[in-house]
Design a protein around this ligand. Structure first.
Ligand SMILES: Cc1cc2nc3c(=O)[nH]c(=O)nc-3n(C[C@H](O)[C@H](O)[C@H](O)COP(=O)(O)OP(=O)(O)OC[C@H]3O[C@@H](n4cnc5c(N)ncnc54)[C@H](O)[C@@H]3O)c2cc1C
Length: 337
């Protein structure tokens, strides 16, 4: 029985675990220092298809409906728009991709996600395009909504203030203390041996005179509509890079990649930087400390955190509260053998 849990890190991962715990009657404190550089910056796209090889995203059949239901539920109590349904238009890059796409249209695993090809799809790019059912999340609005229902402590985590054996932090005793610190996991003395990696990503906010506000466009980059002819153009992948500075190189790359989507001229309004917490096998890193079982970690959400986190937060909470086994694919034990 867990009565009180401390979550360290109030990004997507920490707040979803906190939310799942509270729903199960656990008292939760969330400690966050207010320096979020991933969940708030993210484009928040939830795409069930991996476009590179026209495959389903990892566990999409399980994660996608779980994520959609979760965000729709949160939306009911929110005043700001959090979830927006979209068509994701993939502009094909070769004849082979068109052939594969057409094959996938007949595969029942893909049918909830791929839309039948229509005449209009041929008008995009030299090989045409195809559409996917997806949605996007306004990360800022989601985090604010989730924070409003949590007992939030705005402070930096101080390693000297924790007793890992007793589960005491700053003089308060907890049944569990869960670290959800994103790419800053290396600052954490208990879990820094785990390979949470930093992958910097940059996005441009651009003005694009495109009247279709319900479709995102995908080729070498993506253009995600944000209303009033504003689009988020992203995103770069810069491995092992911890600088939070925007770069001219990233801006030029994104603008050049956009020419694979359209020859229209864009006006750049802003450039933002974030750092994703990734892992070597692109799967999250979840579980309890082998020596200090009162300490746990939920991290490594990578590039698709908005798709995977709602299901996985519940999965982890089941493990915490009922000792249900953790899926070995996400368990931290795969890095501890
Ligand atoms: C440019 C970009 C685009 C992206 N686009 C998408 C997308 O379209 N779709 C998608 O699904 N995902 C996307 N992502 C990935 C997504 O943002 C991440 O998977 C997810 O947000 C990670 O959440 P997190 O809570 O683990 O990390 P974070 O959001 O980084 O949260 C960690 C929190 O812990 C706090 N913290 C850390 N250390 C301490 C400490 N010592 N003391 C106190 N607090 C601490 C930080 O302040 C922060 O609030 C994108 C990421 C980037 C950078």
């Amino acid at each position: 029985m867990h009565e009180k849990v401390l979550i360290i890190g109030g990004g997507l991962s920490g707040l979803l675990v906190a939310n799942a715990l509270r729903k199960r009657g656990v008292i939760v404190d969330v400690l966050d220092d207010g320096n979020n550089h991933s969940s708030r910056v993210a484009a928040g796209l939830v795409n069930p298809i991996s476009f590179r090889r026209t495959l389903l995203s990892w566990n999409a059949t399980l994660f996608y409906p779980s994520a959609k239901t979760f965000y729709e539920e949160i939306q009911k109590n929110a005043t700001r728009a959090i979830i927006k349904e979209l068509w994701l238009r993939r502009i094909f890059s070769s004849k082979e991709e068109v052939t594969t796409w057409k094959q996938r249209l007949f595969n029942p695993e893909f049918t909830p996600f791929l839309l039948p090809l229509v005449e209009e799809d041929a008008a995009f790019g030299p090989y045409g395009s195809g559409r996917v059912n997806g949605f996007c999340i306004d990360g800022e609005a989601l985090l604010n909504q989730l924070k409003s229902t949590q007992n939030l402590i705005q402070k930096e985590f101080i390693p000297a203030n924790i007793d890992p054996e007793q589960g005491v932090y700053d003089g308060t005793k907890y049944d569990k203390i869960i670290f959800c610190c994103g790419y800053r996991n290396h600052e954490n003395p208990f879990f820094k041996h785990l390979p949470v990696q930093a992958t910097k990503g940059q996005l441009l906010l651009v003005e694009w005179k495109n009247s279709d506000e319900n479709t995102s466009y995908h080729r070498k980059c993506f253009a995600l509509p944000k209303g009033d002819s504003r689009f988020k153009l992203g995103a770069t992948f810069e491995w092992g890079e911890l600088s939070l500075e925007p770069t001219l190189e990233a801006k030029e790359k994104l603008l050049s990649d956009f020419t694979s989507i359209s020859s229209d001229t864009l006006v750049v309004k802003d450039q933002v930087v974030g750092i994703r917490p990734t892992s070597p096998d692109r799967k999250p890193i979840i579980g309890l400390h082998s020596e200090y079982p009162k300490l746990g970690i939920f991290n490594g959400l990578g590039t698709k955190g908005y798709l995977t986190a709602p299901y996985l937060a519940n999965h982890f909470v089941d493990h915490l509260l009922t000792n249900a086994p953790l899926d070995p694919t996400v368990s931290l034990s795969r890095f501890e053998r």
